[in-house]
Design a protein around this ligand. Structure first.
Ligand SMILES: Cc1cc2nc3c(=O)[nH]c(=O)nc-3n(C[C@H](O)[C@H](O)[C@H](O)COP(=O)(O)OP(=O)(O)OC[C@H]3O[C@@H](n4cnc5c(N)ncnc54)[C@H](O)[C@@H]3O)c2cc1C
Length: 361
């Protein structure tokens, strides 16, 4: 990478210039984390005494939104990196934090969250996919993570939940790319977001001890980190929706006149969802009650869909011609990811129904 990145605006300009490449292939896959790290993006919402620049989880979500306006691939690896940083902030394992946090904040080490399986486990959808067999000074891990993003070839650390074979509670552990027994597959052949370093990880006889433990009880840890996990994801939707609405507003005045009421309604809906997100994060209420956060995530996914339709309607036939489609085609594919990322909309709807049934009983 030849570009010198000094400011967040430099990094945003880089993301905009390389958005198509990041979406279509792996040419710039290993640069995104370095660029965002050099601009200080990963320090947002991290306490100053731990190397951050302070601020809140909302500030980090808003930063992801700013990146997502230009490239959802860059925003998605930002999300993975920032989630992992959040796990270290919530962990009691000071040694692991001291070992990894400085390099993660600087964007020199990639942090990946292999916790979709664990989030689905928490909702009773899946069993954990990594077995932990007790050994003299820790566990032997065996299993597979079929989808993990931000597995930068030059080095990464992944968080995953493991299921002890002796009936102890499931735990959350970290493992590093160079740990013997870890194999990263080739990149998965994705429809889009192909520069996200997304692959599977095979875990074969990996030694794991106190040094790698993020938390001894996944059932207590996951609900604690879930508000940030989901809110940072919401940042991706917010940024993408803003980009689509912005493109629609940039269309000719005659077109815009016909679309103005939809533009206004979407902007109002987006502002309202953002307010709810900020409020729930600031008050800490999402940690007590997940349902309102699930609903915001569902609403934002709906807003992205409508904003995408709006951009299509505003662009018209030009959207369908390769030479004039502009950023529309990329965003259309990026948007298809929003309902799929765990927790998927299907899963969230299911969880809300389950919680309502529990309350009724
Ligand atoms: C580009 C990309 C990157 C990814 N990166 C990561 C990553 O970094 N880390 C990571 O851990 N994962 C990652 N994933 C994995 C992802 O988030 C999902 O876990 C994965 O797509 C497979 O699970 P699924 O829920 O989509 O599929 P399935 O389990 O086949 O489920 C299909 C659908 O039904 C829903 N569903 C299934 N069972 C139930 C039920 N009992 N109740 C309600 N709903 C149910 C699911 O939520 C989903 O919507 C990534 C996926 C993609 C596409």
């Amino acid at each position: 990478m030849n570009t010198i990145i000094r400011t967040q605006d430099d990094a945003l300009a880089w993301a905009a210039a390389h958005a198509a490449s990041l979406n279509e292939g792996s040419t710039h896959a290993d640069d995104a984390i370095s660029v965002l790290g050099a601009a200080g993006f990963f320090r947002i919402g991290v306490p100053v005494e731990l190397g951050g620049t302070g601020g809140s989880t909302w500030d980090a979500a808003e930063a992801i939104a700013r990146v997502a306006e230009h490239s959802l691939t860059a925003a998605f690896v930002f999300w993975g990196q920032r989630c992992f940083i959040g796990y270290l902030l919530e962990s009691d394992n000071e040694a692991l934090r001291e070992r990894s946090l400085p390099a993660l904040l600087a964007g020199e080490l990639a942090g990946a969250t292999g916790l979709s399986n664990a989030m689905k486990f928490l909702s009773g959808i899946e069993s954990l996919s990594i077995a932990a067999t007790p050994e003299a000074d820790g566990w032997r891990l065996d299993g597979k993570l079929p989808w993990v993003t931000n597995l930068r070839r030059s080095g990464y650390v992944v968080a995953a939940a493991v299921e002890p074979t002796d009936g102890q509670p499931p735990a959350v552990v970290a493992f590093f790319a160079d740990t013997p027994g870890i194999t990263r597959t080739d990149d998965l052949q994705l429809l889009a977001l192909r520069g996200s370093n997304t692959a599977a990880i095979l875990i074969d006889g990996v030694a794991s001890g106190a040094g790698e433990l993020i938390h001894a009880d996944a059932r207590r840890f996951l609900p604690r980190v879930r508000p940030a996990f989901l809110s940072l994801q919401c940042g991706m939707s917010i940024g993408l929706a803003r980009a689509c609405i912005g493109a629609a507003k940039a269309s000719g005045s005659a077109v815009r006149a016909g679309l103005q009421s939809r533009i206004d309604a979407l902007e109002a809906g987006l502002a309202h969802a953002i307010e709810e997100l900020k409020e729930g994060l600031a008050s800490g209420s999402f940690a007590e009650q997940a349902a309102p956060l699930f609903k915001v995530r569902i609403r934002l996914a709906g807003i992205v869909r409508q904003a995408m339709d709006l951009e299509l309607d505003a662009t018209g036939g030009r959207a369908y011609l390769v030479e004039t489609t502009g950023e529309f085609a990329r965003r259309w594919l990026e948007a298809a990811f929003v309902p799929v990322v765990t927790p998927s909309l299907t899963q969230l709807h299911g969880e809300l129904v389950r919680q309502a049934a529990l309350r009724a009983a």
